[in-house]
Design a protein around this ligand. Structure first.
Ligand code: PMP
Length: 427
């Protein structure tokens, strides 16, 4: 029995499922999870002393690689000044100004402690601002686990097959309308019926919780037009895509501007941080200026702000995003060539430093339905072969992969060499 297996058995005695977030339990791939003790650059090291090339990056935050020197040093320095004050601090202004500079559609911003808090509050704000109750989301998009948003959600909710969780009263979920991602006609139809009651459309501008599915041309533009026509608030949930698909997020990459944006992951440099921001007129509806309530004991935490700022300050490097994109291209093109060679039906998607691959006969996967119709058995076998060979991919067919600045050409070549073996095993 490996040390990870022992730890997993022990963990299950006192933690539900042995994990503090469901996908970590390997439900999506079978087997038991590896327990990580440390990470550095592109690598993670487990409790048995194995080394892995990591394409999960703590589910997105680690765009600069693990244990980044500047983030570590800024965090240590902040710890030395005190962990939390519950008062305004100068660094919160720096953080807000930095976010506004990087994401110009954000005129005012509030810090929270997770992506879930960011989306939950953005929804409340959109409802308070418009005076409407209904919200529109897309099947397979995950926006955290707030009640109203855990309807036909992706990520762990998709892997576990419990998109509609018990514990959410029907009365709460009934205001959440769900339509098909990348299908503007389904959005138009529902707006034609009840558009004047819809407070907001919330969307992952690149879907990253049903594998990786970029928007088809015209989709985001169409959402913008519909929201303008009906006076609804357009929320881009950029918790995953923010500072990731481009420095200014998906809104910069696709040049479509939302009214509100939610942020998380990269913005905390690895610390628990989220944020929501947008048009001044809407943001001024939030307490204490406006009537919509939101608060947080640890929001804007000084250690978290120091880590996050140290991360954001490194995103100005002009080589960073082109370099990440080139590495993702090298990886996904290499995987495609190897799969073709092995005669395995396979296709890939990518947007900036996010990528996805599908064991699918389709030339391209653009919908939730196509994503769920992929060959999960092939994915599981491939996954475990890669893991045995020291490559750590997201343990679910419904999650995106992430490249970091720390990955080298040699890391990608080693990954492709492992994939060649893994594809051969599928034949
Ligand atoms: N929105 C999106 C698009 C996400 O990917 C996630 C988490 N993966 C969340 C919201 C929720 O963020 P958190 O897990 O920090 O609550």
């Amino acid at each position: 029995m490996s040390r990870s297996d022992e730890l997993f058995a022990q963990a299950q005695q006192s933690i539900p499922g042995g994990v503090n977030s469901p996908v970590r339990a390997f439900n999506g791939v079978g087997g038991s999870p590896i327990f990580i003790e440390s990470a550095d650059g592109a690598y993670m090291f487990d409790a048995d002393g194995n080394k892995y090339i990591d394409y999960v990056g703590s589910w997105g935050p680690m765009i600069l690689g693990h244990n980044n020197t500047a983030i570590r040093e800024a965090t240590h320095a902040a710890v030395d000044r005190g962990l939390s004050f519950g008062t305004p601090t100068p660094n919160e202004i720096t953080m807000a100004e930095r976010i506004k500079q990087i994401v110009p559609s954000i005129e005012k911003v509030r810090m929270v402690n997770s992506g879930t808090e960011a989306t939950m509050t953005a929804i409340r704000l959109a409802r308070g601002y418009t005076g409407r109750d209904k919200i529109l989301k897309f099947e397979g998009c995950y926006h955290g686990h707030a009640d109203a948003l855990l309807v036909k959600a992706g990520s762990g909710a998709l892997t576990l097959g419990v998109p509609n969780s018990p514990g959410i009263p029907e009365d709460f979920a009934k205001h959440t309308l769900t339509v098909t991602y990348n299908d503007l006609a389904s959005v138009k139809q529902i707006f034609a019926e009840v558009g004047d009651q819809i407070a907001t459309i919330i969307v992952e501008p690149v879907a990253g919780n049903m594998n990786c599915i970029p928007p088809v041309p015209g989709f985001l533009e169409g959402l913008r037009e519909i929201c303008d026509q009906y006076g609804s608030v357009l929320i881009f949930d950029e918790v995953m895509t923010g500072f990731r698909v481009a420095r200014g997020g998906a809104q910069e990459y696709y040049q479509v501007i939302p009214d509100l944006t939610t942020l998380g992951k990269v913005i905390g440099g690895g610390m628990p941080v989220g944020a929501f921001g947008g048009k001044r007129e809407i943001m001024d509806y939030i307490a204490p200026v406006g009537p919509v309530y939101q608060a947080g004991t640890l929001s804007g935490n000084p250690v978290a702000m120091a880590a996050g700022l140290a991360a954001l300050n490194q995103l100005d490097d002009e080589q960073l995003y082109p370099g990440l994109t080139a590495k993702v291209e090298q990886l996904v093109n290499g995987l495609q060539a190897l799969a073709d060679e092995a005669g395995i039906p396979f296709t890939t998607n990518r947007a900036g430093s996010m990528f996805g691959f599908f064991f699918s006969k389709e030339a391209q996967v653009t919908s939730y339905q196509q994503a769920t119709e992929c060959n999960i058995e092939h994915f599981r076998k491939f996954y475990h072969s890669m893991l045995r060979q020291g490559v750590y991919l997201a343990p679910s067919a419904f999650e995106a992969g992430f490249m970091s600045a720390a990955h080298t050409d040699a890391d990608i070549e080693a990954t492709l060499a492992a994939a060649k073996v893994a594809f051969a095993e599928l034949k």
